[in-house]
Design a protein around this ligand. Structure first.
Ligand code: FPP
Length: 247
C-alpha cells in the first residue's frame, strides 16, 4: 500500500459486482457468490480503515434488485441480517459508524431491526464511516429529496427563492456524507447503475475486471494508487490548478 496520506480519497464508493459470475465459474449456486462477497465486504472494511479512507459506501442492494428471483432476494436479505449480527461487535471495537442510504423502510422487518440496532450502537464514532446502500437508487433518491424539499418549502423551513445546490442537497440521503472521491466497480462492467448519480458528479472512476469475491485489499490499494495519479480539475483548467509561480 504505497499511497501517501495526501492522496488517500476521503470517500470511496464501491459497486460490488460479479458474485454471480464468480459462483458460475465454479459450478456453484449464485448465493455462494454472495456468501463469498460478504467475506470480501468484511476484509475491505478493514482494509479501507487501514488505508485511512474515512468513508466507504457499498452498493449492497439496489431498488432494481427486487426483480431478481425471489429466492436470491431472500438469500441476500438473510446475508445482510447475518452480516449485521456478526459484525456489530467488530464495528464497535474498531469504532466504525454505520449509516445507510436508500428506502430502508421497505426492507424486511428483521433486517430493519438489526440495522437500527447497529446504527444506534455506532452513532457516536467519528473516525470511520461505513455506508450501506440498501434499497438504494439515485432516481428514487432524487424523488425523495424533491418531496422533502417541497415539504420544507410548504412548512416555511425552505424558500423557493433559494436555488442553490447546497440547500437542495440537504434533502438527499447523503446530506451528512461527503461526495465520493473515488467510485470503484468490480467485474469489468462499465456502468454506474443508478448509483450516487448526483454525488459522483466529480468523482474519479476505477473499473477493475476482478470479480467482487476475489477483490482484495491489494486491489483496493491499487485503485487508490490510480486515483492518486489522476488530476481532479472540478471544471477548471490544468494550468489553473498549478501553484502560482513565484517571481
Ligand atoms: C452484484 O453481483 C452483487 C449484488 C447485487 C449484491 C451485493 C451483495 C453482497 C456482496 C452481499 C451482501 C452485502 C452486505 C453488505 C452484507 P451480481 O449478483 O450482479 O453478479 P453477476 O453480475 O456476476 O451476476
Amino acid at each position: 500500500m504505497s499511497s501517501s496520506p495526501a492522496s488517500i480519497p476521503t470517500h470511496v464508493a464501491i459497486i460490488m459486482d460479479g458474485n454471480g459470475r464468480w459462483a458460475k465459474q465454479r459450478g456453484l449456486p449464485r448465493i455462494e457468490g454472495h456468501r463469498r462477497g460478504v467475506e470480501t465486504v468484511r476484509s475491505i472494511i478493514t482494509a479501507s480503515r487501514e488505508l485511512g479512507i474515512r468513508y466507504i459506501t457499498l452498493y449492497a442492494f439496489s431498488v432494481e434488485n427486487w426483480k431478481r428471483p425471489q429466492a436470491e432476494v431472500g438469500a441476500l436479505m438473510g446475508l445482510l441480517e447475518y452480516f449485521l449480527k456478526k459484525e456489530l461487535a467488530g464495528l464497535v471495537k474498531d469504532k466504525v459508524r454505520l449509516l445507510t442510504i436508500g428506502r430502508t423502510q421497505d426492507l424486511p422487518e428483521t433486517v430493519r431491526i438489526h440495522l437500527q440496532k447497529a446504527v444506534e450502537a455506532t452513532a457516536g464514532f467519528t473516525g470511520h464511516t461505513l455506508v450501506l446502500a440498501l434499497n438504494y437508487g439515485a432516481r428514487t433518491e432524487v424523488v425523495d429529496a424533491a418531496r422533502a424539499y417541497a415539504a420544507a418549502v410548504a412548512s416555511g423551513q425552505a424558500s423557493l427563492n433559494d436555488s442553490s445546490w447546497e440547500s437542495f442537497s440537504r434533502h438527499l440521503y447523503t446530506a451528512a456524507i461527503p461526495d465520493p472521491d473515488l467510485v470503484i466497480r468490480t467485474s469489468g462492467e462499465m456502468r454506474i447503475s443508478n448509483f450516487l448519480l448526483l454525488q459522483a458528479a466529480y468523482a474519479e472512476f476505477v473499473f477493475t475486471p476482478v470479480l467482487w469475491p476475489d477483490f482484495t485489499k491489494e486491489d483496493l490499494a491499487a485503485a487508490v494508487d490510480v486515483y492518486a495519479r489522476r488530476e481532479r480539475r472540478f471544471g477548471q483548467t490544468s494550468d489553473q490548478l498549478k501553484p502560482a509561480a513565484t517571481s
